[in-house]
Design a protein around this ligand. Structure first.
Ligand SMILES: Nc1nc2c(ncn2[C@@H]2O[C@H](COP(=O)(O)OP(=O)(O)OP(=O)(O)O)[C@@H](O)[C@H]2O)c(=O)[nH]1
Ligand SMILES: [Mg+2]
Length: 421
């Protein structure tokens, strides 16, 4: 009789323990989708609006070899698609209308991971389109536009310094106008960028026009880019900015053409005009956005101490309480520890809200670990990933693979202080 009672008691205890540790309601919630702020510094006519339309077109189209795509609100999608349609029509001489100084347009692009029919949001990219005029003339302090620009610079996770390819050709040809562009337009932008705590990249717009500056007739994109790099590095300020920044981040120089080669040309008055019957083939336009997340995370990883890194490796994977969930749920548990959270955030200088920290932890823990025992745990845990986490991790890895493809195709896009010999 006593044995029977004991047996029943044991069963009850086992059942309660099972419920406590395996009930889905005990799993931590999935973290919210993080937002990354990208701010593009570019003067009027650099090609910001046209690039944005072309970029969205490229990112919003699900591709066979990608497990992610980007989407935005219906209103913004309609605006960007209309702009692209106008730009892409060779019969119409029109491009995008110049953005007015009073116009600030916010775009939220959601990066969606997909596997078959299953879709999961990975992150959002916040991008502002504004008038480049605001960078060219003094905007009175205290005016809404000046405050807005300051705020965008302060909150940026990644800063893009846009260099106009049309002006760059003039610089490559040794024309005075090109030198003026470097000294009085690019230089002030670099000064602004150098104050930012976040990673910086350079984007050369209108890449289709960067030719006929004295290069042999049939050189490839990477050779052209190399010539551009050499030219830019001959500017002392550019060189020191790259050299100082490349100690803590990969500094990129991404060439982009919203329309692709052969679609437009410069006429006798140095205006960009469309060629009759030209077809649009945008080049590299998606990379400034695709590179954002891997670059921010590598930057954060570089900034945090190795002691915190070891603690992350241990806590995310071996925290007993969180073991039941997937890597994103474990990250939420780790972040409940305020001391730990502030150890990552302290000294970073860029805003890292909890959803972004959680995604960083997932990325960090998913990347290669040198510790054998931990690597084993990672593999075990991987098998336990929920479907939702697996879709997001696959998209995250895919973003990194895309960046690696860019680096493979254009090695000169990774800037180092010294040009290659
Ligand atoms: N060839 C070529 N021309 C381009 C490209 N992108 C833009 N342009 C030209 O550059 C002009 C200016 O582009 P916008 O996108 O309006 O420039 P923006 O930086 O938004 O200028 P603001 O709105 O005044 O700040 C366009 O009207 C086109 O003539 C490109 O990829 N290739
Ligand atoms: Mg514009």
């Amino acid at each position: 009789m006593i044995i029977l009672v004991l047996l029943i008691l044991l069963l009850v205890v086992a059942f309660v323990l099972y419920k406590v540790f395996h009930s889905p309601s005990k799993l931590p919630p999935e973290p919210a989708v993080p937002t990354i702020n990208v701010f593009a510094l570019g003067c009027s006519g650099t090609g910001k609006t046209v690039l944005l339309a072309s970029m969205f077109r490229s990112l919003a189209t699900p591709a066979q070899n990608r497990s992610f795509y980007f989407e935005t609100t219906l209103q913004n999608a309609t605006y960007l698609n209309d702009t692209f349609e106008r730009v892409a029509d060779p019969r119409s001489p029109e491009w995008a209308a110049s953005t007015l100084p009073s116009q600030f347009r916010e775009f939220i692009f959601t990066c969606v991971g997909r596997r078959g029919d299953l879709k999961r949001e990975l992150m959002r990219v916040r991008y502002i389109d504004y008038s480049g005029e605001l960078l060219e003339r003094e905007v009175e302090q205290g005016r809404p536009q000046a405050d807005r620009l300051d705020g965008e610079l302060r909150d940026a996770h990644v800063l893009l310094v846009m260099i106009d390819g049309e002006q760059l050709v003039s610089l490559m040809r040794g024309e005075a106008e090109g030198q003026r562009y470097l000294d009085f337009t690019v230089h002030p932008m670099m000064q602004m960028a150098s104050k930012a705590a976040c990673p910086i990249h350079f984007v050369v717009t209108k890449w289709d026009l960067v030719r006929e500056y004295g290069e042999p007739s049939e050189v490839g994109d990477d050779d052209r880019l190399y010539d551009v790099v050499v030219q830019l590095l001959s500017n002392h300020y550019f060189k020191s900015l790259v050299s100082y920044r490349s100690e803590e981040q990969t500094v990129r120089l991404i060439p982009v053409s919203a329309v692709g080669k052969g679609f437009a040309k410069l006429d006798a008055q140095h205006r960009v005009v469309k060629r009759p019957g030209g077809r649009i083939h945008p080049l590299y336009v998606e990379y400034p956005i695709i590179a954002v997340l891997p670059d921010v995370f590598k930057y954060v990883e570089h900034q945090i101490s190795s002691a915190v890194k070891r603690k992350i490796e241990k806590d995310v994977w071996s925290n007993a309480r969180s073991r039941a969930g997937d890597v994103f749920q474990r990250a939420v548990v780790v972040l409940q520890n305020n001391e730990f959270r502030s150890a990552i955030v302290n000294g970073l200088g860029i805003p890292m809200a909890d959803p972004l920290l959680a995604l960083f932890l997932a990325w960090f823990s998913n990347s290669d670990t040198k510790d054998e025992a931990l690597a084993q745990k990672v593999m075990e845990a991987d098998r336990r990933q929920s479907l939702s986490a697996a879709v997001r991790l696959a998209a995250l890895e895919d973003l990194e693979r895309a960046v690696a493809r860019l680096e493979g195709a254009l090695p000169s896009s990774v800037l180092a202080a010294r040009p290659r010999t």
